[in-house]
Write a protein that binds this ligand. Structure first.
Ligand code: FAD
Length: 560
């Protein structure tokens, strides 16, 4: 009998949603290899997430894809407005105007967010993002992307993972041997269940329904004008229209839908508009909002990433964006270990760095949900043309304005930090506030190295190398000790002189050592006597106990 050939790959990625596609793209971009399998045909057109946060766009920028994402996003002059009405032809309750991408790029809107990133909220459907990232991953030399293939089962041992995969039509089967496997297989994750890892948290928050539709007359059918989110809060409606193309394509998401609700989707949409217009329903998806995080992100050689590791309520738009940032953290660590300059223990720090962010973000989305839920229980007089009705609308507007952080959350997208990570040398400075709406730019170790424009189109973000570490040097002279230590260890390294007063002031120290994912590992005004030790720490090659004592000594100035 012929022996079945076993396919060997460095990393097996299960799932080609935002998490899996990002991981495959980042691995491929860094020259590492993987096989990605996804059980769909890759053409799921139902949009779920509709917004790429600043950090996701910065990650796409790294691979040269940000302009393509911008091109596929809403027209640049489309207003990023959030409008609240009883129904679209009923009373307007209130609105937030956040400007537009064009106004943001011309710095013509009065928001501080302009200085924080090259990007603002980019309104783009997940259904556009996934194929672009998958196509990029596929174009990388060592990456194979297979749609219509699924993971069936797997086992692991000390040196790798053996996985059984099959074509979804049952016509082919393969055994794959991988050094590592990552479950990017979404909320129902077979990988997470097989590992016996539980979710903890508040569980299901609400059961909802999303209707994707096309209606060429939509924008003319009501007086609200264009916006990205058009909420309808009349008691039996409780939903939000989300634009997909700024014109005829929208989703309508109804919250707290009753299990026995059988209302026709087109009828529901017309009720929310308050007028009958032709509606072509493209797809209907029931979905549930959660606030849960996996107890662990890793077991042996198998990892969880994205929705398999945490589930959100979409209030705030953090689910997809957290999934993308998880994958970016894992990407450089796998690439470093596979290339040999990162120690295996680098992979342990994925959970240490990303699980606290998963908790932070799901809790924030859950608290946003609690506030939004109060809008789902407005009194019936909200629709009345009476004094009572006017007062109810005024009270609702006040409530909505107290929730602005739900719709404008740059602090969440940019302000997460890897506090206490074993890869970071703290500098003893206190952390800036971690606030949802406002990002506090800082180069404090553990934070994202902040963005400053260095030229018309060149950002400090662009100085982060594909492989290894960058030493940002704001002083007049070159520094050689880090480079020598990196060479000795075979760690890719580049020293970059930055002659820019704004950046020097923001970074606050003469030197900042920046990791391949753009987070600061160390900063200081003088290079310590043993820069190799800092490089070893940042690449996971220093034992945790010893490192925490020495890290403290460095941060308190008792070691140089
Ligand atoms: C209505 C709604 C609105 C949302 N809005 C936002 C928003 O505005 N902003 C935001 O950031 N997030 C939002 N989200 C959340 C976002 O959609 C998810 O967080 C995101 O899709 C997670 O990406 P993922 O790659 O982890 O998982 P998924 O997108 O679920 O991808 C998992 C993939 O794994 C594949 N798979 C599963 N099992 C197997 C198997 N055994 N073998 C092979 N393949 C497998 C699936 O086919 C799927 O393609 C929203 C979600 C919903 C439901």
């Amino acid at each position: 009998m012929a022996t079945q050939k076993i396919r060997e790959v460095p990393v097996l990625v299960i799932g080609g949603g935002p998490a899996g596609a990002t991981l495959a793209a980042d691995l491929g971009w860094r020259g590492a290899g993987c096989l990605l399998v996804d059980e769909t045909d890759g053409t799921n057109q139902h949009p779920r997430a509709n917004m790429a946060g600043q950090r996701s766009m910065e990650i796409f920028r790294r691979w040269g894809l940000a302009d393509r994402m911008l091109a596929a996003s809403l027209p640049f002059d489309y207003p990023i407005d959030v409008i609240f009405s009883t129904r679209l032809n009923g009373f307007e309750i209130t609105r937030f105007s956040l400007g537009s991408t064009a106004a943001f790029q011309k710095a013509a809107v009065k928001i501080p967010d302009i200085a924080w990133s090259p990007y603002f909220k980019t309104q783009i459907g997940q259904n556009f993002i996934e194929p672009v990232v998958c196509e990029f991953a596929r174009s990388c030399a060592n990456v194979e992307v297979r749609h219509n293939w699924r993971l069936v089962s797997f086992t692991q041992d000390a040196s790798g993972v053996t996985a059984e995969i099959e074509k979804t039509d049952g016509s082919a089967h393969e055994t794959v041997r991988a050094k590592y496997m990552v479950g990017c297989d979404g909320g129902r994750s077979l990988v997470r269940h097989s590992l016996g890892i539980e979710f903890t948290g508040r569980g299901v928050l609400a059961r909802n329904q999303s209707i994707y539709f096309d209606a060429p007359d939509f924008l003319e059918s009501h007086p609200r004008g264009p916006g990205t989110l058009l909420w309808t809060l009349a008691p039996e409606l409780r939903g939000v229209f989300i634009t997909i193309d700024g014109n005829s394509r929208w989703t309508y998401n109804t919250y707290f839908i009753d299990e026995n609700d059988t209302m026709d989707p087109a009828e529901r949409i017309c009720k929310a508009i308050g007028r009958n217009i032709p509606i072509k329903v493209l797809s209907v998806q029931p979905w549930a909002g959660y606030q849960v995080v996996a107890e662990h992100y890793r077991k042996g050689r198998v990892f969880l990433c994205g929705d398999s590791a945490h589930l959100f309520n979409p209030t705030g738009g953090f689910g997809m964006n957290t999934a993308i940032a998880d994958a970016a953290d894992l990407g450089w660590k796998f690439a470093a270990v596979l290339a040999g300059w990162g120690d295996e223990s680098l992979l342990d720090t994925y959970e240490a760095e990303r699980r606290p962010v998963g908790v932070r973000n799901t809790v924030e989305a859950g608290s946003n949900f609690d506030r939004v839920a109060t809008l789902m229980a407005l009194p019936p007089e909200i629709e009345e043309d009476s004094e009572r009705g006017r007062k109810a609308r005024e009270a609702a507007a006040e409530n909505i304005h107290s929730q602005k952080k739900t719709w404008s959350a740059s602090g969440m997208h940019l302000g997460f930090r890897y506090e206490g990570s074993p890869l970071i040398v703290p500098d003893g400075t206190p952390p800036p506030p971690d606030t949802a709406q406002v990002y506090h730019p800082t180069a404090r170790p553990g934070h994202r190295a902040p963005h400053v424009w260095l030229g018309a189109k060149r950002s400090t973000l662009d100085l982060v190398p594909r492989e290894g570490f960058a030493l940002f040097n704001f002083g007049p002279d070159a520094e050689g000790a880090f480079a020598a230590a990196a060479k000795e260890r075979g760690v890719p390294f580049v020293e970059t002189r930055i002659d820019n007063a704004e950046a020097a002031a923001l970074y606050e120290r003469r030197y900042a050592l920046v990791r391949p994912d753009g987070h600061v590992a160390w900063r200081g005004d003088a290079v310590p006597a043993d820069p190799g030790w800092i490089l070893d720490l940042a690449r996971g090659a220093v034992a945790t106990q010893a490192s925490s004592e020495r890290r403290t000594a460095i941060s308190t100035g008792t070691a140089r």
